[in-house]
Design a protein around this ligand. Structure first.
Ligand SMILES: [Zn+2]
Length: 382
């Protein structure tokens, strides 16, 4: 869902990205502060002042959300996890970790850093508001708002539903207790689903009671939590099955190959339709020139298949996305998804030694699911 985000800054080696939905919520917060919250709390400001304070507060709110995310990210980095980016979006922020935490303690520290930071910000801005009482009403108003909203953020985030920070804290505790990351994730994503359904239900009742906006907003958050909790359970299953496997171990070394001059028609007849292959390597002796896929073939009109050699229709080697043999299988699967590829060749020392297809990885996952009881019950929870 963060596909269309764009980068605005780079802090501590982490890309800070903004998703377009962020502008919606920023505009909404600025509007409701300027037209509702501040006019209700403070009298006799001009419209311009309400808006200046409202917009400033909305921007500072998102700055504190960013600090919350940076807290997660910096603790993660200190523990040796890669944090390529932080995305700000309609529900706040999310830190993208390069891998799952490797111990319960690590997960606990990373998860707890966020709400703890929000709490510290709430206390600091709250004290600031008290100290400045009676000097500058606008500064006091901004600080008071930040204290209030950061306290709310800290509380909301420690709700024990996955993927909220509280859900991660819950998972780290369950992990410590059971010694199993998988079982702990199942517990935390199960609770996350319950929270998701709960918010959907509460939102629906508010909606029926005439609180249209609050109702829809809660349902929206509930729906988001539900999807995220299920996604985490599904990811876990993938990681569990592929854990420890490299590209070399999930690739096929006996991939079909053709010479550059083979006509498309015979490749379609013999290999694609004949053997059910979606791609063939085009090679001359030991040298791989490219890959010919079903979509490459479909780009050529059917009546030209007989006269077109493989070399003309193939995707040449320099335009193919490849992975090296030691790449973890989980990363290969992520790559296939991100680039919308059906297959990716595997290189060793610059030589193509095999091919990984999405279909085969998925079949392998399904097989593992039917054979291992642990993975099977994980799918029941998610
Ligand atoms: Zn957080």
């Amino acid at each position: 869902m963060f596909g269309s985000s764009f980068r605005v800054a780079r802090i501590f080696g982490i890309d800070i990205e903004i998703h377009p939905s962020w502008f919606l919520i920023l505009a909404f917060v600025a509007y409701s502060l300027s037209e509702g919250f501040f006019p209700d709390g403070y009298e006799n400001w001009s419209t311009g002042v309400y808006w200046a304070v409202g917009v400033t507060s909305a921007l500072l709110l998102f700055l504190t959300v960013l600090i919350h995310e940076l807290a997660h990210a910096l603790v993660a980095k200190r523990r040796g996890l890669d944090v390529p980016r932080i995305t700000l979006f309609i529900f706040g922020g999310v830190s993208h970790l390069g891998r799952q935490p490797s111990s319960a303690g690590e997960e606990f520290q990373i998860a707890a850093a966020g709400p703890a930071t929000s709490l510290v910000i709430a206390i600091a801005t709250g004290l600031g508001a008290l100290l400045l009482r009676g000097t500058n009403e606008q500064v006091e108003a901004v600080l008071f708002y930040l204290a209030f909203v950061n306290a709310a953020l800290a509380v909301f985030n420690i709700l024990p539903g996955f993927p909220l920070d509280g859900g991660r804290v819950l998972r780290s505790i369950a992990w410590k207790k059971t010694g199993s990351f998988r079982r702990a994730t199942r517990v935390a994503s199960g609770v996350g689903e319950v929270f998701g359904y709960g918010l959907l239900a509460v939102g629906f009742f508010l909606l029926l009671g005439g609180l249209l906006f609050d109702g829809l907003w809660l349902m929206f958050i509930g729906w988001f939590l539900l999807g995220a909790a299920r996604g985490e359970a599904a990811n876990l299953q993938l990681e569990g099955v592929l854990k420890g496997l490299s590209a070399r171990e999930v690739m096929r070394a006996d991939f079909p190959s053709v010479v550059p001059g083979s006509p498309l028609q015979s490749i379609v007849d013999d290999i694609m339709v004949g053997q059910g292959e979606r791609a063939v390597m085009v090679a001359n002796g030991g040298a791989v020139l490219g890959i010919l896929t079903v979509s490459d073939v479909r780009a050529i009109p059917r009546d030209e298949w007989r006269g077109t050699p493989a070399q003309t229709a193939m995707t040449p080697r320099e335009r193919i996305v490849t992975v090296i043999a030691t790449t973890p299988a989980v990363e290969v699967l992520v790559l296939l998804g991100e680039k919308r590829l059906n297959q990716v060749p595997v290189l060793d020392d610059g030589r193509m030694i095999g091919m990984i297809t999405r279909r085969e990885i998925l079949e392998r996952l399904q097989l593992a699911e039917t054979l291992t009881p642990d993975a099977g019950s994980a799918s029941a929870a998610g």
